[in-house]
Ligand binder design. Structure first.
Ligand SMILES: *Cc1c(COP(=O)(O)O)cnc(C)c1O
Length: 366
């Protein structure tokens, strides 16, 4: 067989370890496992969304509504945009993939931050595009601007708040950059925007204003994080019609299931659930900050539902994550991103208490 050359350069995306794997590998009881690795909403999903999915169960023999009428209407209402400015994907990941396939090939490059969401690189490599990274883990948009001049990338990725670091940029700072950069498609990934907007008004990016002002921007949002629908795989892209039209050509039919469409539509009707989850998230975040200060750990100020703890050289994060795993606590080691750090999803109060106990136990060994 002759597989495409581009596959040689692709490492398979490593997702947060599922609970089932820890049960199997370490024989730990499911109820004793604390999963803080994938930035899911630890408070679950809106009861209204769950109820609606139950009610739809007898409809699963039918293909979904491929026009996605209801969900598009709900998104159009929430953001004040037109239906033609929306594309829905199986997670915002799928919209990223459409964008990569629409714009990238062997002759193009993609610009992204030194440390950012791993899928940007994977989709780019699948297209054979060249990766250009900034030198700083934060989004230094002055450096980004210089790199745009130098490399003329087809896509620029801006993840705000950024995963896996948790930091976010100010809206004004982003706008100043966008005013100067007109050629590439700039993808603004707002997977955690609901959190950032709650914590600091300056970080809030309004997708309607963004896409109205800048014709070369694609804004991404997801139901997997604050909305608590990670298992349903629904995300969306918002942009001017001309961009959405092109991405649509790459969409497979029925890319969202009937149940997922329903769950997302209902979840949008229950912003109270989202807001209360976010309020609890930041109340618990205070405990993570206090823990870091007590233990003398460095951390990055986070605008999300996770926090990144940085370790000194003598404490290898990979080892810490493995030790925690054996104790039934799943976190994300960032060694693969070139950081001696772990990323921890902020859990429920009970989960966090367990995390602090176990992590202290591990760190006390060094
Ligand atoms: C989680 C995440 C996404 C996409 O999640 P989906 O589940 O595919 O919608 C996109 N970008 C970032 C930065 C994320 O953390």
């Amino acid at each position: 067989m002759r597989f495409n050359e581009t596959l040689k350069n692709i490492k398979t995306y490593e997702a947060g370890k599922p609970i089932e794997l820890v049960v199997r590998e370490f024989g730990i009881d499911e109820k004793d496992i604390v999963k803080l690795a994938s930035n899911e909403n630890p408070y679950g999903a809106s009861p209204k969304a769950i109820e609606a999915v139950r009610d739809m169960a007898d409809k699963i023999y039918l293909y979904p509504d491929d026009s996605m009428y209801e969900l598009k209407a709900a998104l159009a209402k929430r953001f004040g945009v037109e239906r033609e400015e929306i594309i829905i994907g199986a997670g915002s990941d799928q919209v990223l993939e459409f964008a990569a396939r629409a714009l990238l090939n062997e002759a193009t490059s993609v610009l992204m931050s030194k440390i950012t969401f791993a899928m940007y690189e994977i989709y780019a490599i699948q297209q054979g595009a060249r990766i250009v990274r900034s030198s700083c883990y934060r989004h230094d948009l002055d450096e980004f601007y210089d790199l745009v001049q130098k490399h003329d990338p087809a896509i620029v990725h801006i993840c705000t708040p950024n995963n896996p670091t948790g930091d976010a940029i100010d809206k004004e700072y982003l706008y100043r950059f966008l005013e100067k950069v007109k050629e590439p498609l700039v993808i603004v990934d707002g997977a955690y925007m609901e959190y950032a907007a709650y914590k600091d008004e300056r970080k809030r990016i309004d997708p309607k204003e963004l896409i109205e002002r800048f014709s070369n921007v694609l804004y991404l949002g997801t139901f997997s994080k604050a909305f608590g629908l990670g298992g349903m795989r629904v995300g969306y892209g918002l942009a001017q019609k001309e961009i959405i039209q092109e991405l649509y050509k790459l969409r497979p039919p029925f890319n969202i299931t009937t149940l997922s469409l329903k769950a997302a539509t209902e979840a949008l009707e229950d912003m109270e659930f989202v807001q209360s989850s976010i309020a609890k998230n930041f109340a618990q975040m205070e405990r993570y900050i206090a823990f870091a200060l007590t233990m003398g750990l460095e951390f990055i100020d986070s605008y999300t539902n996770f926090i990144t703890y940085l370790f000194p050289k003598e404490i290898p994060s990979k080892e810490v994550a493995e030790k925690l795993l054996k104790m039934g606590v799943i976190v994300r080691d960032l060694t693969g991103y070139g950081m001696n750090a772990i990323r921890i999803t902020i859990g429920t109060p009970e989960q966090n208490t367990i995390l602090f106990e176990r992590l202290k136990e591990v760190l006390d060994e060094y």
